[in-house]
Design a protein around this ligand. Structure first.
Ligand code: GDP
Length: 304
């Protein structure tokens, strides 16, 4: 019936103008609407609970501002809190003082890692970097090929295990940790200033996968570990993000498939549960469908 949270709250407050301070009952009615809006946006239940408690506390203490009606005032509080959880400012890639900058990608199978590898490499190249892609996803039969196709589209070379091509790297074939290590060595020797390592995912979280990712992390000591998560994942965002955070201690989040219907609640769930910033948004299948993540824009989308 009402499209945005702002509309919903305006309706909740239609009899409220002119009060000096919001009553507890007014605030509670509002918090119910906020809870509904966040759950509609697929924000995880425990995150919604914590978030609404914080908003409630702030709203109860707030003087009613002359310039804003009560609905606007609470929307302002909600918006500020959302932006704060999502990381405030847009967070940039942490570039290594001594190149190459090593970026490792992690996430479930189908999350969009291989696609992201192509997008990120193209984006970095356009900024004057000289990236190398490394195909350390040896789980999915097609993953190496898919990365090679993306690399070709992006105009970025791909380091992949090729039996027989080079005796030096032959030993790396079949062992993702060895491929990742050899890929970083290749980047150094060919003077690439950024190396992006694609790793395997599974359909669900499993101990073997997490150990492999952790072993790769330990072997290549990345400057960034980007956790790629499908924006459509909904309530599963929390368990997935927690498992990867414990397994690989990622440094940033990439939200993929934001071109779909998802309102982006997963962004809030992951950022809130792990305290890690969302850095990029992936918004389609083409390599150009990629942008820096803007917490303020996402806050509006979640509230919409
Ligand atoms: P990986 O298993 O994590 O490497 O995932 P892939 O990169 O292979 O992506 C899985 C599927 O999702 C592929 O069909 C991609 O084309 C698609 N995909 C990846 N990112 C996006 C995105 O941002 N939007 C949409 N619509 N599709 C995407």
């Amino acid at each position: 019936m009402f499209n945005s949270l702002s509309d919903r709250l305006t309706a909740t407050f239609k009899n409220l103008r002119g009060k000096g301070r919001l009553s507890e009952a007014d605030v509670d009615a509002t918090v119910r609407e906020i809870r509904r809006a966040l759950l509609d946006a697929d924000v995880a239940v425990p995150v919604v609970r914590e978030f609404t408690a914080k908003v409630r506390e702030r709203a109860l203490g707030a003087e009613v501002n002359e310039a804003l009606n009560p609905a606007q005032q609470i929307v302002k509080i909600v918006n500020e809190e959302l932006v704060a959880i999502l990381g405030g400012e847009t967070r940039r890639i942490n570039l290594a003082k001594n190149p190459p900058t090593v970026i490792m990608l992690a996430g479930l199978q189908g999350a969009g890692k291989t696609t992201l590898a192509g997008k990120l490499s193209k984006w970095l190249k356009a900024q004057g970097h000289s990236p190398l892609l490394v195909a350390a996803d040896l789980q999915r039969p097609n993953a190496v090929k898919q990365l090679q196709v993306n690399g070709e589209r992006a105009g970025v070379p791909v380091f992949a295990p090729h039996p027989g091509v080079s005796s030096e790297f032959e030993s790396a074939t079949g062992d993702p940790v060895a491929v990742a290590r050899a890929g970083v060595a290749e980047a150094k020797s060919k003077l690439h200033d950024v190396v992006i390592v694609d790793t395997a995912g599974r359909l669900g979280i499993d101990a073997e996968l997490m150990k492999q990712a952790a072993d790769i992390r330990a072997a290549i000591n990345p400057d960034e570990v980007l956790f790629v998560i499908d924006a459509m994942i909904g309530q599963d965002a929390v368990t997935t993000a927690q498992a990867f955070n414990e397994g690989v201690n990622f440094t940033g989040v990439v939200l993929s498939k934001l071109d779909g219907d998802a309102r982006g609640g997963a962004a809030l769930s992951v950022a809130s549960i792990t305290g890690k910033p969302v850095m990029f948004a992936s918004t389609g299948e083409s390599l150009d469908d990629f942008e820096l993540f803007h917490p303020d824009r996402m806050a509006s989308r979640i509230l919409d």
